[in-house]
Design a protein around this ligand. Structure first.
Ligand code: NAD
Ligand code: AKB
Length: 319
């Protein structure tokens, strides 16, 4: 039987991915873990263990005790938080990954998933339909850690046969969990303001295009990648995947069709520079060819779905 450990399960992605894994493989097959005990209540449907990924001994004990066969390692400090605490971001993003890779080698873990990001690209990368192998000169500590992490994954695969798989996620947008510490977070926050009939102040300029993806597509891509036969995974750094691309003005206009009184203003801050260094859109031909990836959601379909489901999910009262 598979036994899947999700590290950093309490965050924006883990909240939804862990549930999808439990739905697919059964609740008994999934252990959610996070260093924040406070997220335990999100995981009433499966086991939860408090784990700091930097505590190698504790992680090794958990892996042995629970006979873990797969690891999804999600714990990281994202782009905007990383610029405030660069050394801490490097320590967690690199130290956590290296620890998981070593443990996977030592304990013969069958498969590992580790997310990379569009943050591996930099200001000199061609911005439109950025290709898999486009030039990369990341300027954030987050992007540097993801680019180095991609190469560590490839190294462990080539040198030790560790079956580690990875996706370069764009900004992820879902309605079941809040985003925190990233540059794309505005595209999650804007929906909460809209359904609560509050004005939204955007920290990016209105014409800042970024690659984005609906959470359901991201979760499906992740499970599809992990289910693919090993021989189909030809890229062992990380795959580009694409969902949609839009600017703050475009998502605002789309929401306004459902919420006519919704108002936005723009107050760009330090995150503008980060956004300006990233691609506007992504070419994901390799993921399509190698393991059949295809996104299901565009901006219109995602917006309609979130505006319907978010108020019910968070029990927001109509004003
Ligand atoms: P998040 O910040 O919402 O969640 C991270 C989780 O990790 C949190 O619950 C946190 O408590 C936990 N954590 C932090 N330090 C830990 C530690 N030392 N030990 C154990 N747990 C720890 O992040 P997210 O948005 O869910 O992102 C998950 C992964 O996906 C990250 O690797 C991120 O880089 C990647 N990613 C996310 C996005 C996005 O838009 N959300 C885009 C690209 C890549
Ligand atoms: C961030 O904005 O830092 C993340 C990402 C694109 O990696 N959402």
């Amino acid at each position: 039987m598979e036994k899947i450990l999700v590290i950093g399960a309490g965050g924006q992605l883990g909240t939804e991915l862990t549930k999808a894994l439990a739905n697919k493989y059964g609740s008994d097959a999934v252990i959610a873990s996070d260093f924040q005990e406070s997220v335990r209540s999100k995981f009433e449907y499966c086991s939860f263990r408090t784990l700091n990924v930097m505590d190698r001994e504790a992680a090794a004990t958990l892996i042995k005790e629970e006979q873990i066969t797969q690891i999804y390692h999600l714990a990281a400090i994202l782009s905007a938080s990383g610029e405030k605490n660069p050394i801490q971001a490097w320590d967690l993003n690199m130290g956590g990954l290296l620890s998981v890779l070593e443990l996977s080698k030592e304990h013969n873990i069958k498969k590992i998933f580790w997310p990379s990001s569009i943050a591996v690209f930099g200001p000199d990368t061609p911005k439109v339909n950025t290709t898999q192998d486009a030039f990369k000169n990341p300027t954030t500590v987050y992007g540097i850690s993801k680019l180095a992490g991609e190469h560590w994954c490839e190294y462990y695969f080539n040198k030790y046969g560790v079956d580690v798989r990875s996706l370069r996620y764009p900004g992820l947008i879902g309605y079941k969990s809040m985003a925190g510490g990233g540059t794309t977070d505005y595209a999650v926050d804007i929906f909460h303001k809209a359904v609560n009939q509050e004005n939204f102040s955007c920290f990016l300029q209105e014409d800042t295009y970024l690659p984005m993806m609906y959470m359901e597509d991201a979760v499906n891509a992740t499970i599809q990648l992990m289910e693919a036969p090993a021989a189909a995974i030809k890229i062992r750094t990380s795959y580009n995947i694409s969902g949609m691309s839009f600017s703050p003005k475009e998502i605002y206009d789309c929401i306004k069709m459902h919420v006519p009184n919704f108002k936005i203003s723009y107050a760009p801050d330090f995150r503008q520079q980060i956004a300006d260094s990233w691609p506007k859109s992504i070419d994901d031909t390799a993921a399509k060819l190698d393991w059949g990836w295809k996104a299901n959601y565009d901006l219109t379909k995602m917006t309609g779905e979130i505006l319907t489901k978010l108020p019910v999910y968070f029990n927001y009262q109509k004003k």
